[in-house]
Design a protein around this ligand. Structure first.
Ligand code: AMP
Length: 397
């Protein structure tokens, strides 16, 4: 997939609007707990500074209610972190497209940075409102999208705004380019053998991705809650484990399709079971043939970890999307942690989907050992489903 690239854009001394994804996690004291998304945008911002641009940055943050300003959803903490990382002044606008903000944007000089307030303080942002798109576009001469994490949403600052710029005046930033190119190579030209590790809560959330991956991979390793729908479809008693009965037929079809295509399809052989979905639950390690009534599987067991280790041994490319268990609770995090170490130690291209899996890998402390960690959970899942993202389509050549 070929995208309009920031490298090919005439940027010298232009006023440029960069849509970023600064939707960073915060603790209860208002501290940013992980600034990966802000750091990921620096390459594009610094490139524009080198081109002596006047830079307008824009992002959403959280889910402010009713499109009104609130201090807790303000981007002031992002402005502060940008200032620390760039070692230069970053002016935070009072709002998104108010008169004062428009004047600040109009008077912005080369080498200066203006950060708009949270885009979702405008109710039209998530509605892809035409008037808001036009107002945002009127602030700058060039549009750059570097917000991979929100490119699967048809929002005003991601989709509608692109109608106002011709192909010479809009492009993908370095982060967006990297994300799209990585997933494109992964899905179209992977080095084989290629294995996908797919976990998470439900089959329904990953069904489309599984169907799109099947003809492209050599092996699929299943973990997480979704394993139990497959196991039940094979006739196992899975007790109170998470099961989507309505997807049993689809689960059977996925397994049949894997057989037809010669894709090796692996399910857990043992699990950690609990008597309730709580961190103080009683737990036991059992084979999947031995799940008693009333108990639920909340993590993969030791034998499964060993099996998956062996299965991954000769693999050249790994994609990992979704935890192997309820990793938020320590008792059920071991399977995911061990898989994280196994993947990190592999002599292979290792790609981690965004969201939970990215958090997990970071928490385990092996993020530096992965080839690529996506910054977008929902967006990367849609790429795995074979979709063209609404924020990416207008930037295709
Ligand atoms: P997803 O958003 O579909 O990727 O799912 C991530 C969630 O799946 C995490 O919050 C995990 O706690 C949850 N999960 C993983 N394994 C299980 C399981 N065996 N039973 C219930 N939930 C699970």
């Amino acid at each position: 997939m070929k995208l309009l690239s920031i490298k090919e854009c005439e940027l010298f001394q232009k006023k440029v609007f960069i849509r970023c994804d600064f939707n960073v996690p915060m603790d209860e004291f208002g501290n940013i707990t992980d600034d990966r998304r802000i750091r990921s945008a620096l390459a594009t911002i610094k490139y524009c500074l080198d081109q002596e641009c006047a830079i307008i940055l824009a992002s959403h943050f959280g889910r402010p209610k009713g499109g009104v300003f609130s201090q807790e959803d303000s981007l002031h903490h992002v402005a502060r972190r940008l200032h620390q990382l760039l070692k230069m002044d970053v002016t935070l606008a009072p709002d998104v497209v108010g008169d004062e903000t428009k004047a600040l944007a109009a008077n912005l000089k080369h080498g200066e940075i203006l950060l708009l307030e949270n885009l979702r303080f405008e109710i039209g942002e998530t509605k892809n409102d035409a008037a808001l798109s036009a107002q945002l576009a009127s602030l700058a001469e060039v549009y750059i999208n570097d917000a991979f994490g929100v490119s699967h949403r048809a929002h005003a600052s991601v989709a509608g705004i692109t109608d106002h710029f011709d192909a010479q005046h809009k492009a993908a930033g370095f982060l967006l380019l990297k994300e799209i190119e990585f997933f494109d190579t992964l899905l179209e030209r992977p080095t084989r053998p290629f294995a996908a590790i797919v976990g998470g809560s439900k089959v329904s959330g990953k069904l489309q991705a599984l169907l799109h991956l099947l003809p492209r991979v050599d092996k699929i390793l299943i973990g997480g809650g979704m394993a139990f729908t497959f196991l039940k479809a094979l006739g196992h008693d899975v007790g109170n484990s998470l099961v989507e009965d309505e997807l049993m037929e689809e689960a059977k079809e996925v397994m049949a399709e894997a057989r037809t295509l010669g894709v090796k399809f692996y399910l857990p052989v043992d699990v950690i079971i609990a008597d309730k979905f709580q961190s103080d639950a009683h737990t036991r390690a059992v084979s999947i043939q031995e799940i008693p009534d009333g108990w639920m599987g909340l993590d993969i067991g030791r034998a499964t970890v060993e099996l998956y280790r062996q299965v991954l041994e000769n693999v050249e490319t790994v994609l990992w999307n979704g935890p192997m268990g309820v990793f938020e609770m320590e008792k059920f995090a071991k399977g995911s942690n061990k898989i994280a170490h196994i993947v990190a130690d592999m002599d292979a291209t290792t790609v981690v989907g965004g969201g939970d899996t990215a958090d997990l890998v970071q928490r385990v402390g092996v993020d530096e050992d992965m080839s690529f960690i996506s910054t977008g959970g929902g967006a990367s899942l849609e790429l795995l489903e074979g979709k063209v993202l609404p924020g990416v389509k207008p930037l295709m050549k």
